[in-house]
Design a protein around this ligand. Structure first.
Ligand code: PLP
Length: 216
């Protein structure tokens, strides 16, 4: 399973993030031994423990809703935070990145799904924010793209439209704010149930858990 999936995705230049939340270290190591280096977690405490116990060349992605008071525990090592869903969390990431003397890469999470349980910025809020002088206020934060979660539904057409919405917003933001900035390039979209649609709609990064590790 792993090898085929990874081959298919890398042929399309899509990064596979193996979502290992709730799964034991042995399961992670088994993919690690097959070459996987990017893993995603959604709870800070679990991530910190796994980071301590597992090989240090793993690139850890944070994909869950991040509480302000927990940024400090992951700031020294996190590879990419996918889930920046409010301005307040950016301020704290800036603070903790600076005190660790590093620049932390982040994605802005955009609410594209219908359910109101999903976190994320709406379009107006993010466009207003990007029109401010954010880059001077957050010098230790590098915004490298957008993330979105599709509606959990049986209607592939709805999911497809949501991913198209994210891609369109990405193109607009790229043109208006990052035209010359090469590092702004990621669209984190697609999970086990919808990654093929996401790939067709311009994903550069998929977050896949159950398909690789089995149901949680
Ligand atoms: C759990 C999770 C995933 C992976 O979900 P699967 O359906 O198991 O592939 C992807 N993204 C986020 C944000 C998640 O919380």
């Amino acid at each position: 399973m792993y090898k085929n999936l990874n081959d298919t995705l890398s042929a399309q230049q899509i990064q596979l993030v193996a979502v290992s939340k709730t799964k034991p270290n042995e399961a992670i190591l088994s993919l690690y031994e097959q070459g996987q280096r990017h893993f995603g977690e959604n709870r800070v405490q679990e991530l910190v423990e796994k980071h301590e116990q597992l090989p240090k060349d793993i690139h850890w992605h944070f994909i869950g809703h991040l509480q302000t008071n927990k940024v400090k525990y992951i700031a020294s090592f996190i590879h990419l935070i996918h889930s920046v869903d409010r301005v307040k969390i950016l301020k704290e990431i800036q603070k903790q990145a600076k005190s660790n003397d590093r620049i932390i890469d982040v994605l802005l999470q955009i609410k594209i799904a219908e359910e109101d349980t999903k976190y994320g910025f709406d379009e107006t809020t993010i466009l207003d924010f990007l029109a401010t002088d954010w880059s001077t206020r957050y010098p230790n934060v590098r915004i490298v793209g957008l993330m979105g979660m599709g509606t959990f539904s049986n209607d592939p057409q709805q999911t497809r439209q949501e991913f198209q919405t994210l891609k369109k917003l990405f193109d607009r933001i790229k043109k208006d704010h990052f035209a010359t900035i090469e590092s702004f390039r990621e669209r984190s979209m697609g999970m086990s149930g919808d990654y093929t649609i996401a790939a067709e709609e311009g994903s550069t990064m998929v977050r896949i858990g159950s398909l690789l590790f089995g149901q949680r």
